[in-house]
Design a protein around this ligand. Structure first.
Ligand SMILES: Cc1ncc(COP(=O)(O)O)c(C=O)c1O
Length: 411
């Protein structure tokens, strides 16, 4: 270890985040107001979390109501709000049972344990391998960084865990070989990669995965933490692929609209090993979180909202393709699905996000030098138009910055 003096950061926070120099005081719909009174158009929604925008009246009312009733008991008791949300989630999906968590990574932890325990319960404990894909992101716990396999997130945290295999996106031969191994437990995939740069897996691939898993008795896990709950214009992103339902699915982010809650959904068959004592959580599914998530889920699953997402997404895609044509020196690709939109850039994505902030527009970063547009799903067409105008101004500023750099002057 280095003997150099280690300084204490002025904010006393562990320095794991690269934070933008903004602090917000309040939010309403798609607008956020800073402590200095500056208003920003929010096209990142807490990274695909505030699907219903900020300070949604129905959710504010739910929080107020529940805060005066009951916050927490324990999972050693029945929690009626949990049973109500589990009924809603299973009714709306492939699943029969749900385990509630506080975050996406914990929902994935439960998914991974459920898959391994399934095989153990059926007399095949050697089936431990989880097949994942390059560019994936599943969270920052030890299991989830191993499942995603991104070297920069694994570095310095000791040996890579056994039982995690990563394949290249689109390498069908490697996939067929890996799934056929007698030690394979499950395939884990985001139907639309989020952090990896808004890459949608083609519907035919999702269906092909389902068939391959069935052929080899392997479970299929979808990570819909980011792409689920209306973000793509279907309640769950995999619904675009018809029959390609998973055995297990992780949800979080939009489920609480910012209140920390996640869920691991499974078929009764896949969850057969998850018997009393196999898993647990102090806070997971407490009455407070459930009260908020019940109202949120009710809003997110409305067909009108999903139709609205498809309409605004169509508008964005058309307009962004236009920007790509006008700014070929800035934009190389428009990708993603619904309101999980990726813009692959030529200039550095972090610098582009800073230029967008100059326009009072908030956008998220992403892998593969992308920026992501992840607005609240309730964004109106008028607000989407405003976002496109701000993006156009950002592209223009990025062009001027690149030209100035080439000529050695500062803009
Ligand atoms: C696809 C996906 N899975 C899992 C996670 C982890 O969720 P959390 O940060 O709530 O643990 C994220 C977070 O960005 C995600 O995008």
């Amino acid at each position: 270890m280095s003997n150099a003096a280690v300084s204490v950061p002025a904010d006393h926070l562990m320095g794991v985040y690269n934070r933008a120099p903004l602090a917000f005081l309040r939010g309403e719909g798609v607008r956020l107001t800073t402590t200095d009174g500056e208003v920003y158009l929010d096209c990142m929604a807490g990274i695909a979390t505030c699907g219903l925008g900020h300070a949604h009246p129905r959710l504010v009312a739910a929080v107020k109501r529940q805060s005066e009733k009951l916050w927490h008991v324990s999972n050693v008791f029945r929690i009626p709000e949990q049973e109500a949300l589990a009924a809603r989630l299973t009714e709306a999906s492939f699943a029969d049972v749900v385990f509630f968590t506080n975050s996406g990574a914990e929902a994935l932890e439960c998914a991974l344990k459920t898959a391994r325990k399934y095989h153990a319960a059926r007399g095949a404990p050697e089936r431990i391998d989880i097949i994942g894909f390059e560019g994936a992101f599943h969270g920052r716990t030890y299991a989830t960084i191993n499942a995603a396999g991104n070297p920069s997130y694994l570095e310095g945290f000791g040996p890579k865990l056994p039982g995690y295999v990563q394949l290249n996106f689109g390498d069908h031969d490697a996939l067929k070989t890996a799934i056929a191994q007698p030690t394979t437990a499950a395939v884990l995939v985001e139907p639309v990669q989020g952090e990896g740069g808004a890459r949608a897996l083609p519907d035919a691939c999702l269906r092909g995965l389902r068939e391959l898993c069935d052929q080899h008795g392997v479970l299929l896990i979808f990570d819909e933490v980011q792409c689920g709950l209306g973000r793509t214009g279907q309640l769950f992103a995999h619904e675009w692929a018809g029959a390609a339902t998973p055995d297990i699915m992780a949800l979080a982010k939009a489920l609480g609209n910012g209140f920390p809650v996640g869920a691991c959904l499974a078929t009764a068959k896949a969850a057969q090993g998850m018997t009393v004592g196999a898993h647990g959580s102090t806070y997971g599914g407490n009455p407070f979180a459930m009260a908020v998530a019940l109202e949120t889920f009710d809003e997110l699953s409305k067909p009108d909202l999903l139709a609205h997402v498809r309409e605004v997404a169509g508008y964005f895609t058309q307009q962004l393709e236009g920007l790509k044509t006008r700014f070929p020196d800035i934009i190389v690709d428009i990708r993603g699905r619904g309101l999980l939109i990726g813009i692959k850039l030529i200039p550095n994505n972090r610098a582009f996000m800073a230029l967008a902030r100059d326009q009072h527009l908030l956008i998220a970063g992403g892998g593969d030098n992308c920026v992501r547009l992840l607005p609240p799903l309730v964004i109106s067409l008028e607000e989407a138009r405003e976002a496109v105008a701000k993006l156009e101004a950002t592209c223009e500023a990025a062009r001027q910055a690149a030209l100035a750099e080439q000529s050695g002057t500062t803009p």
